[in-house]
Design a protein. Sequence first.
Length: 191
Amino acid sequence: MPTTDPRIDEHIAKAGDFARPVLKRFRALVHREIPDCAEAIKWGMPHFTLGGKNIAGMAAFKRHVSVFFHHDEQPGGTGPFRQIASIDDFPDESAVIERLHAAVERLSAPKAAPRSKAPPKPVPDLPDAFAEALAVSASRERFDAMPPGQRREYIEWIADAKTEATRDKRIAQAVEWIGEGKSRNWKYQKC
């Protein structure tokens, strides 16, 4: 016994005279070929699901009906299923059945293994001048407690200085911010 949704009965009843036979035929075909499917209204249109995942749907418009298959790999979108103006225009059943079974296969196909994440970037060595400044200000412990990304941002900012004067200025600023418990880019973080 198919799992039906009374809202789809209402949807079909409200459709135009030309659309009702097309919608009923597609619905019957889906239930015949995929007896375990369930019906649902999604995005205001009748859909057929398997295990809670969309397989196919249908929609009635003023002058035509469209049937569609989710995650369809066929070129051209819905192709011959896009504008069905009457029951006489209903596509060849074998083509519909083929697309339905292909949709079920895509759902049951094993998902590709997630790509492994790149290893985290290592934290660069602490420049001697920065290490000394942290020790003098007693901020080293607070710096070491920061997440690796925040430590890396400070170290790279200081190491990228082109002149010693710029490096010293950045070290002084970094020590002040670290003492206040701020990350390198604290100005841009939401509070």
